[in-house]
Design a protein around this ligand. Structure first.
Ligand SMILES: [Zn+2]
Length: 407
């Protein structure tokens, strides 16, 4: 998600000031329902200014009156509380995975209003065919939620570069230079979903979006590393509450960090990358399950729960190599936490012990603590949640722009 916080930055025109104040008022209500008097006290704006701003936010469908506010000693008589409108705009998330497609809608409060997922092998299919199936799921999810759509964000297991909406490379899908936003838009138009096809469509890497879900919904510190397995291995590096994207948008390719300089060749052209030890294919091979069809995470978790020693040993081995790469990142970046997300969250019971032992031996810069390393509660739902929640966060950060786009 691009940063659209209008409350940052320098002096503003009168119109710019009003936009910033709309965001200020909405931001306070987003934290908890407030009366106009409470909002005036919290923001330093006059009662009249708050009333005018609230009126605009009510008319735009972003706020609703939610009954009397709790009396608050300092700020005079209780008034009607203003709250985010649960029938206000919705954020649409869409996701292309190697073995699935998914779409969801969240409301302004970030609550999931619809969620659709289909299992389908997308490797080697034409991108246009994949995105046509996805458009149908998006249409269904949007129809079921029945909220005014504010935008759409697409999670993909690949590199999204500087060109807007273009997937530069998704090797697990066999995609190269795919204009995913434009393709999805034309597929939506073809299904007759004209309102959806007119939306802004943002495309981002799934590991980034999983990390953002953790930042926005997971109650994490401002500095953490989110390590996830989807089709490949990705990481989101959050520094000072912001996602580190790097100079070209490629930051976080933890799967291609070398863990053994003379290791086996990798799909990226290098040797001994982490993916060759802790990626889907490597772990299945070590577990004696090479080429097993279906959901690899569920397969491994099921066998590990049942006490399959070979699977448990394969996961411990993957955990050790994961920790070798993560230790390098921890020593470099000094995050407050390391979070296992995506498929790794479900496999965490068998990855974590080996990871903890290896990290304790390798993180030299400070005393090791168990609490640094935990599993995400969102797991494989993270990227889709991050996509949808990013859309509504953009509305909350700049409601004036949403109002303009709606008119
Ligand atoms: Zn590689």
């Amino acid at each position: 998600m691009r940063d659209t916080d209008v409350t940052r930055g320098g002096p503003a025109s009168q119109q710019g000031m009003r936009r910033a104040n709309l965001a200020l008022v909405l931001g306070h209500v987003a934290r908890e329902p407030r009366s106009r008097a409470e909002l005036a006290a919290a923001t330093g704006l006059t009662r009249a200014a708050v009333s005018s701003l609230a009126e605009e936010l009510l008319n735009t469908g972003l706020l609703t009156e939610s009954g009397p506010a709790a009396p608050s000693g300092k700020v005079g008589r209780p008034g009607t509380a203003l709250a985010l409108d649960p029938q206000g705009p919705g954020g649409i998330g869409a996701e292309v995975g190697v073995d699935h497609l998914a779409a969801c809608v969240v409301d302004l409060r970030g609550e999931v209003r619809s969620w659709h997922r289909m299992e389908i092998r997308n490797r080697g299919r034409l991108p246009a065919a994949v995105l046509a199936d996805l458009a149908e799921l998006v249409r269904r999810a949007a129809g079921e939620a029945a909220l005014h759509p504010a935008g759409l964000a697409l999670a993909v297991p690949g590199l999204v570069g500087a060109a807007e909406g273009v997937v530069e490379r998704a090797s697990n899908l066999g995609w190269e230079g795919v204009p995913a936003a434009a393709e999805l838009r034309s597929s939506l138009r073809a299904t007759g979903a004209h309102e959806l096809s007119a939306l802004a469509i943002d495309v981002d890497n799934d590991a980034n979006l999983g990390g953002l879900a953790e930042l926005w919904l997971g109650g994490r510190a401002e500095d953490f590393l989110h390590v996830s397995a989807e089709a490949g291995i990705g990481a989101a590096v959050v520094v000072g509450g912001r996602l580190l994207r790097g100079a070209r948008g490629y930051a976080g390719e933890l799967g291609h960090v070398p863990v053994r300089p003379d290791g086996p060749p990798c799909s990226c052209g290098a040797r001994g990358c982490l993916e060759q030890y802790a990626g889907e294919r490597a772990v299945l091979r070590a577990a004696g399950l090479a080429g097993a069809p279906g959901d690899w995470v569920a397969l491994l978790a099921g066998r590990a729960v049942a006490g399959d020693e070979k699977v448990r040993a394969a996961l411990a081995g993957a955990g050790q190599m994961l920790a070798v790469a993560v230790a390098g990142a921890v020593n470099l970046l000094d995050p407050a936490e390391v979070v296992l997300g995506g498929g790794y969250a479900e496999l965490a019971p068998w990855l974590l012990p080996a990871m903890r032992a290896e990290l304790a031996a390798r993180v030299a810069v400070r005393p090791w603590s168990q609490e640094w390393l935990t599993a995400s509660r969102f797991g494989r739902r993270g990227p889709l949640l991050g996509a949808a929640v990013g859309v509504v966060r953009a509305v909350l950060a700049d409601p004036g722009r949403y109002a303009q786009a709606r008119d």
